[in-house]
Design a protein around this ligand. Structure first.
Ligand SMILES: NC(=O)c1ccc[n+]([C@@H]2O[C@H](COP(=O)([O-])OP(=O)(O)OC[C@H]3O[C@@H](n4cnc5c(N)ncnc54)[C@H](OP(=O)(O)O)[C@@H]3O)[C@@H](O)[C@H]2O)c1
Length: 246
């Protein structure tokens, strides 16, 4: 890690920002002026997509609850309240033809609705299964193995549907673990690019709270309650509790 960076901000890059960066620049190779829809836009990966998408010159729309709307608009994105609005209708109303890319962290049948928000030739990048979790557990009550099998089956059907149905709309899966395993050099390269952006203050990870390591239990309890915008970071020394401390 380059010297002079805030350790809590730097650690926030490793999962959320590498995921966002690789989806934008490796899975779909976005171009300035393209229109994108980001689900879970106020979340960890969502807010990283908004910051990196703004640097890439994208026109952005983001689903979030009303609580997340201010964060989303501050990052230059038009918020869509997923709890009170139909995002497919809203995207077609706002854009006419639909968007070039949807980043879908919700998973399951939601991926198919995301596909409906695409213009002809667009892509859904499917990378999460937020819809299958409730209160930190699987919402379906199925065992982990059966749940995984079903999720993979749905993914497979949607990927195949993208190729077989008219409109050239494709579903592209993304997994940071798989890409890191297959192409570790890309992970290193992308993390270095992100450290540079952090050093140049072009990105700013959202840190909800910093806890001393000894208060890890409180940090987990806060995480379990949900509704936190940004990362909860455990720090090993008191000086790192201050924002901006290295
Ligand atoms: N494939 C990969 O390599 C990879 C890498 C990193 C993360 N992920 C996955 O990506 C997903 C998101 O991770 P994260 O760290 O960003 O989670 P997070 O910080 O908890 O954010 C999730 C966001 O989704 C919102 N949300 C929940 N249901 C929604 C819906 N139906 N429509 C729109 N937004 C909704 C939540 O908003 P409210 O709380 O306001 O409702 C929250 O802001 C997780 O499933 C995670 O496992 C995958």
């Amino acid at each position: 890690m380059p010297s002079g960076l805030d350790a809590a901000e730097a650690v926030s890059l490793i999962l959320n920002y590498v995921t966002a960066y690789q989806m934008l620049h490796r899975s779909v190779k976005v171009r300035p002026g393209q229109r994108v829809l980001i689900h879970g836009a106020a979340g960890g990966v969502g807010s990283a997509l908004l910051q990196l998408g703004r640097l890439a010159g994208l026109e952005m729309y983001g689903t979030c609850s009303s609580r997340g709307a201010p964060v989303v608009s501050d990052l230059g994105t038009i918020p869509i309240d997923y709890q009170n609005q139909d995002f497919v209708k809203e995207i077609h109303r706002l854009t006419g033809q639909g968007v070039d890319v949807v980043f879908d962290s919700i998973g399951g049948t939601h991926i198919w609705r995301s596909r409906k928000a695409l213009r002809r030739g667009g892509r859904v990048v499917a990378y999460g299964l937020t819809s299958s979790l409730r209160g930190g557990r699987l919402a379906s009550g199925r065992s982990g193995g059966r749940h995984r099998y079903r999720a993979i089956l749905i993914f497979g059907l949607y990927i195949a549907g993208g190729w077989l149905l008219p409109g050239r709309k494709r579903v592209v899966p993304y997994s940071i673990q798989t890409l890191k395993r297959l192409k570790p050099a890309l992970f290193r390269q992308d993390l270095i690019a992100l450290f540079e952006l952090l050093q140049q203050q072009k990105i700013k990870p959202l840190i909800a709270r910093r806890f001393p390591l000894a208060e890890a239990r409180d940090a987990h309890e806060l995480l379990g309650k949900g509704g936190v915008t940004g990362k909860i970071v455990l720090v090993s020394n008191a000086s790192s509790l201050e924002s901006g401390a290295a």
